[in-house]
Design a protein around this ligand. Structure first.
Ligand SMILES: Cc1ncc(COP(=O)(O)O)c(C=O)c1O
Length: 362
């Protein structure tokens, strides 16, 4: 029987398990969000976020999940008569393309089969043939476990299409994978915090370039809640536009302090080490869903080559050890399964989890 008071540890690709020391940080005293103490908390948190994202531009805190920023990027920075090129390589990038249409903007897509990456060459060919105001990219496709070659793509964009805005969903990538926002010329880059930041869900971090903010001022009907210009005015006072989720900001402050102490190179290397281990296990016991060159360092999507009943194996591992991993996403259900190795998940956790899966599947 399910019992929410004794939930399993989560190795699904977000939300992930949050250790007790982090949870404790979320229960600090409530601050008046227009008071000096809150302003200090936000200033320190944003300052650290700028360091982990390698940016001197705007970093905004959003009391929403990341899907809100999908919408914000489009509604703020794309005029109603402009066209967006959406790159689609899995469930989340596909959904973002739909959201562009839902926001009343024109969209064209560059689509590859699930499991394949978007490459700089493909994007270059598509951009050369059309006129686009912005490109949407998903850094790390959580449905397929593909880590797109975002640095190559970003550098190609800077060199050949400097006027096209670059919007990057790094929801399951950010901070487990390098994000060099300024150097790579991104315009909007964001994540929700239940992935690599290792916090409970319900909050997002968004970096927004100066030029994206300037462009937004020219776009009509941007709405209120996700309005970048309003966000920027509030941020000047180290505030958010509306009442923020303070527990999340306490959590971000704590996690960013740890990240900077560890050093971002070490953070990325730690994620890669876990990924190497899980990939090694997956290759021996099953197979990888995507080409290894593009396999993500924050989660692994494993091809169910042995035709196990994934749902039953997940249930058995939960029964035996009170932990869960992820089934395949949507059309990849049962054909694949997914293991998260991000945030405060450790190599030791991965050794245990894979041995527990082995225990069940033999
Ligand atoms: C790549 C990607 N983008 C967007 C989302 C949506 O994020 P949220 O549920 O925080 O709105 C997810 C959620 O898993 C995701 O993995």
């Amino acid at each position: 029987m399910a019992d929410w008071r004794n939930p399993p540890k989560l190795y699904i690709p977000g939300p992930i398990q949050v250790p007790d020391d982090v949870l404790k940080e979320l229960s600090r005293p409530v601050l008046g969000h227009r008071g000096k103490e809150y302003a200090q908390l936000q200033a320190e948190t944003v300052d650290m976020l700028k360091k982990v994202l390698f940016t001197n531009q705007n970093v905004f805190l959003s009391t929403s999940s990341a899907s809100g920023i999908w919408e914000a990027a489009i509604r703020n920075c794309v005029a109603p008569d402009e066209t967006v090129l959406s790159t689609c390589c899995g469930a989340f990038s596909d959904k973002w393309a739909e959201v562009v249409t839902m926001c009343g903007r024109k969209v064209e897509t560059l689509k590859v089969d699930w499991g394949k990456p978007i490459t700089a060459e493909m994007l270059d060919a598509k951009l050369a043939a059309g006129k686009y105001a912005a490109v949407t990219l998903v850094h790390n496709e959580t449905s397929t476990g593909v880590m797109n070659p975002i640095e190559d793509i970003s550098k190609m964009m800077q060199k050949k299409y400097p006027n096209v805005l670059v919007f990057v969903d790094s929801v399951s990538g950010m901070i487990g994978l390098p994000v060099k926002f300024d150097e790579w010329g991104w315009d909007v880059g964001f994540a929700s915090v239940q992935k690599c930041f290792g916090l409970p869900p319900g909050f997002a971090v968004a970096a927004v370039s100066k030029r994206a903010l300037e462009k937004s001022k020219t776009v009509p009907f941007r709405g209120y809640y996700f309005n970048f210009e309003e966000w920027a005015k509030a941020a000047e006072k180290n505030q958010t536009l509306v009442t923020p989720s303070e527990p999340h900001i306490y959590g971000l402050h704590y996690q960013c302090t740890k990240l900077l102490k560890e050093g971002m190179e070490n953070v990325w290397a730690r994620h890669k080490k876990m990924a190497d281990f899980v990939r090694g296990w997956a290759k021996k016991r099953f197979g990888l869903f995507c080409e290894e060159k593009y396999a993500s360092n924050t989660l692994t999507t494993i091809k169910n080559t042995r035709n196990i009943n994934v749902a039953e194996v997940i249930a058995a591992v939960q029964k035996n050890h009170n932990v869960v991993f992820g089934n395949g996403y949507k059309k990849l259900k049962e054909a694949t399964f997914r293991i998260a190795h991000m945030g405060d998940i450790s190599l030791d956790d991965m050794k245990k989890l894979t041995s527990w899966i082995d225990e069940v599947v033999g």
